[in-house]
Every structure is written in structure tokens, then in C-alpha cells.
Design a protein around this ligand. Sequence first.
Ligand code: NOJ
Length: 569
Amino acid sequence: MLPQSMLRTCHLLVLMLCVSAIEDFDWTKNDHGSFYYGVFPTGFSWGAGGSAYQTEGAWNVDGKGMSIWDAFAHKKGKIFLNDTGDFSCEGYHKVKDDISLMKDMNLKHYRFSISWPRILPTGIKNENINEKGIRYYDDLINKLLENKITPIVTLYHWDLPQILEEKYRGWQNASMVNLFNDFANLCFERFGNRVRHWITFNNPWSIAVEGYETGEHAPGLKLRGVGAYKAAHHIIKAHAKVWHTYDTQWRNKQKGLVGISLSGDWGEPVDISNQRDIEAAERYVQFYMGWFATPLFNGDYPQVMKDYIGRKSAQQGLGASRLPVFTAQEKSYIRGTCDFLGIGHFTTRYITQKNYPSGRGNSYFTDRDLAELVDPRWPDPGSEWLYSVPWGFRRLLNFVKKQYGNPMIYVTENGVSEKMMCTDLCDDWRMQYFKDYINEMLKAIKDGVNIKAYTAWSLLDKFEWDEGYSERFGLYYVDFRDKNKPRYPKASVQYYKSIISSNGFPNQRELESWKGKAIETCSSSNQLLAADPLISHMGMVTEIVVPTMCTLSILLSAVFLMFLLRRRL
Ligand code: NOJ
């Protein structure tokens, strides 16, 4: 997600001095270590989520077209171990099974995405509508509703039809705005009588930065300093257009809501008494979530982005800023196009001021003039970028309340991963993460933040983009080596169930019993998995046998070489 080399270097810097001095908001009456017992407002919605390319599999089944992720993952060297989402969790064939897992957890909502090329194989509405693809989503929506689970539907979770990438260069091209609007309109037409919650884009920051700046994600373009801003510009316009389409053509009849899901790490100043660090941390958040939220709520990019990118572009001798400009008409068209704000949040960074002279080449990252740091004491059980820093969540939520006029918030993603080889279903670290992050969300509600729903990310272990299957975010463990992709509950399933059934954290006594109860559920299935000879062998092969064999062969070759040399002498 972030430049790893930069993070790794910074990793080494321990930030003792700030950790004890971070409580600066007056709305945080509890210090950040304390636990808050209490329950959520009645009607609060608990759910879990996933996305099409990450879970469906069935990449070329029933008339589906290719997406940029199909194409990207099929190229060698793009994805960890060259894995693909071709089969993934086989969610396409397991709708009934997965809904019974949700039902068992008492979920009130399930967040999933519609694959654009599954229903429009050429990406274009007038060309070919794939009725089999429509039927799949019809069935999923109907079954969810039969089980009293509300569908929250994302229209774009990164899987652009490949043909649109080839013809137009995807989000680099303004024509994507109308094409996406046509696709969205089709979804409103076919599914809108049953779906009330629409998310236009999932995490546009990733689409722009990882797809068009660093190239770590599909379509893999490295248009540094320009490509991400351009993609974001078209995405924001596309979002606004879809919101207006819904508003004028469907809202009266369908009575639904259209929002967007933005991701955002929290950025905390390294030294809270240093104005330059305070401003750098603010910039970090503005360049991240603010890049998209500010236009949608206020009509234009954050002032600090316009200033920094504009100044650097001028220093580079460019005639105009690399950050595109909205016309006055566009600004008023875009402003106010969010019925709710979806927030995907996982982690936090410490931020300090750092100058990047414009001569050093331009990029989104150097435009911000800051450095990111982490506290090595923060737990990081899985993904390299994901440190558990629960208090950052409360801060981000309060920031959103203050900056954007207390919008209605749906938490659309929050969770933690473990490593691929981890077959331990007793996932202590996930129970702790959920407990602490959900508790900070409860504190934020007490602060007056208007949060309506929480989506645990994710229901299942699944394809994790460029990381392949090496990071497991699921409440359910998926055995990817088995063709049937069986699901096994981790202990956190039971733990999350307890939170859901109590609608929060009623009291200390009750809470103390939850973990024991959860661990009981995982120990028997855990033994089952641990006894799986293939899994334990694979673990042994990669972790012990391979390194030992390598060392032995190096040693043997050295001995053999010495023997040969001696004979020559
Ligand atoms: C955000 C993405 O939206 C989601 O698809 C992914 O699984 C999580 N980050 C974790 O990497």
C-alpha cells in the first residue's frame, strides 16, 4: 500500500517521546488505553464484506468478460507467487453456503461488489448485457434478503473491463465517466428495487495511486506525478454523475442511498509541539482521504493539495499544475453528492515534515513533503503495512465529523490479517484488534460521530491483490489448496458474534467470558487443520527444509571446491 522501503527505514526510529503525549483532543476524555463499556445505538448495523474479484472466482464462466485484474494477475511477476483470482473462494458457486455463515453470525448486512465485466463483458451497456451475470447477482441479493441480511453493494471494487483499459487507458480517459454511469444505471434498473445502499467506488486512493502511479495494482501503469491525479479526477466526476443519475431517475421510486467508500490511514504528528509536524500530519490525511472527500463535501480539492502540487509543478517549469482543476460548474455539480460516507480504515502512521526538492522527480509521494514512521511496538500480525493502532480510528472518525459537517458514516472495512502459513484458527490477534477498534468506534459515537454501521473485513480469507493469498483477512479460514475451498470458522467468528448479540460491550464480567468461549470453538477445528499433513508439510518445507537444504548445498559445494583446488595445487 505504501512504499515499503520508506516504511522499513523509518521502522527503526522509535518514537517514545510522542506516545505519551498524544491525547490532545478534548473529546477524548478517556486516555487512549482505557476501555469503554457501553452499547451501540439501537439499530446499529453489524456486517462483514468482500469483493467480486477477491472472492468470486469463476473468472471466465457464464459469459463474463475479462477485467484488468484478470489480465494483470495472468502476467508473470505481478502477484506474489504468481497467484490469480481465477478460482479464489469460488464464491460464485457458493452463495447459499456463504449466506448460511452470515446467518449464523447474525449479520445485519453484507457488503459485496458487482463485477462490471460479469454483467457487461465489453464494458459498454449498448453492446451486450450478460443475463447470466445479472442472474447471479439477482440470486445473491434475493437470498440475502430472504435471510434478512441487507445488501450493501459496491459498483466498482477495482475490476474494470479489460477492453476499456485497452481502448481508452481506463481511468486516464474522461470517457470512463459516461461508461461507468451507464453501468451504474443498469445496476439501479435491475437491482435497485431490492438494493437500498449503493457505494460507487471502493477506495479510489488505491485505484489512482497503486493502479496509475506505482503500478503495483492493475492496470500497472507508472505515470508518476500525473497518472494518479488524472485518474482520481475522472473517478470523482464519475461518482458525482452516478449520484445525480440516482437522484434524478431512481431515488423517488427506490428510496435508496448513494455513497462512496474512502480509505484513510490516520496520520499523527511525530512531535505534537512542532507546528511543521502538525501540518505534515494534516497534509498526510488531506492527500489521502481529503483528496476525495473534500470535493464531494465542499466542491474542490483540499487547499493544501492545490498549493503543494501547484507550487511544485511551477518549480518544475510546467505551465499548469499536475493536479487537474474543476470548473465552477463542475464544483457545484460535485458538491453534496454523498448520502453517506463509507470509511475503510486499518492503520495509522506517525508523520513528520520532510522536504522533497522538486528537482528529485515528481510523484504523489514527494508532493506531500512528509515522512511516515511507525512505532515498532505496535502489533503487526500479518500484512507488513498493517499495525494495530486503535486510537487512530477514533481520531480519524472525529476528523471526518469536524471536516465534513458530521456526515452519516458507514464503516465499510476494518480488520486485520495473518500470514499465509498461519493455520491457527485461534486468532487471538484478530479478537484483540476487533475488540479495540470497535471500542474506539464506540467512543467516537459518544463523541458525537454519526456512525450507522460497521463492516468487519472480511467474511472470508480471499485474494489480496498483489499479495495473492499470502495475507488472510477472513473471519473464516479458506483452504485454497482444496478444490472445494472449504471454510473454517476462526475464533474471531464467535467473538464477533458476542459483540453483535450484545450490541457492544455491556460490562467487564460478560466480556471476560467471550474470549474463553471463542477459543473453545476453535480448538477442535484447529486440531483438524493442524493434523492436515499437507499444510504442516508445506509449512515445514518453506520454513525449515528449503533453507536447510540451501545451506547444506552451499556448504557441500564449498567443500567440493576446496577439494578440487587442493588437488590442483
Ligand atoms: C482495502 C481494499 O479495499 C480491500 O479490497 C483489501 O482487502 C483491504 N484493503 C486489505 O488489503
